[in-house]
Design a protein around this ligand. Sequence first.
Ligand code: ZN
Length: 270
Amino acid sequence: MASVTAFSVGHCTHPACMALKGAGLASRCFPSRAYLIETRDRLLLWDTGYSEHFFDASRRGAYRLYPMVTPVHFDGARSLRQQLRGRGISPNDIHTLLLSHFHADHIAGLRDFPRACILASEQGWRGVRGLSGLAAVRQAFLPGLLPADMEDRLSFVEALPLQALPAELAPFSHGRDVSGSGEVFVVDLPGHAVGHLGAFVLGDSGWTLLASDAAWAEEGYRELRGPSELSFLVQHNRRAYYGTLARVHALHRGGRVEILLTHQEEDTAC
Ligand SMILES: [Zn+2]
C-alpha cells in the first residue's frame, strides 16, 4: 500500500472570493503543496510547489506580471528539497515527478530533482510547449522553470492504458496506473487547465484523491461552490470545470475517499 505525505512549499495570497463565490474580499492564504507518494518500490512526487527558481523565472519582461498578480511568499529554509532532506530523502531518491499541470506554482521545483523522470499530460505539455512572454504568463506558465533536459526526461500519461477503477471511486470510472503496482491511478480532471490531472492513491486505510486545482478551497467541492467568474479568465474551460467539480463533489458525498487539494487551507496560519 502507498502512503501520501503533504509538504507546504510557499504560498500566495488572494481575496477569498477568487476561490469561492461570495466569500468576500478578505485576503486568504493559498499554500502550494507537493505530495510525496511512497509506493512499495519507489518515491513519487505529485507536483513541487514553489521554489527559489520561481523568483528567477519571473524577474524579467512580461514574466514580472505573474508575481504582481499573484504575490508569492517562499522561505528558502522550507524548500521542498530541505523538507525532504529533513526526512532523510535526497533529491536523487525521487523516481518520478508527476505533474498535475504546468502552472508555475506546481512545477517551480522541477530543477531541484535533476535525476527524476517526469510524467505529465501530453495534452497539457502541448498547451505550453514553446510559449514565452505574455502568451506564457496568460497560461500561468514560466518557461524558465523547465530544466534544460526536460524533453529527454518527460513521458506522457496518455501512453499508459486506461483501466477500469474500483466501484468505490465512482463517478470516476477509468484511470491510468502510473505506479506499475496498482497503487496510483491518474485521472483527467478537465477544466482548470489543459490536460489537468488528479491521482487516486491506495493506502492502508483506503483511497485518497489528489485533486490538484479542481477546487482552490475545500468548500468548493464540499458545497459545490464555484470560484469567482473572473477566475475563468485564467482557467481553461468553465463548463468542464463545473463538470469536474460535480464529480469531485459526488465522490466527497460518497464518503469513502479522502480528497486533498493543492491549495487547501493550512491548520496553522500561513
Ligand atoms: Zn493551477
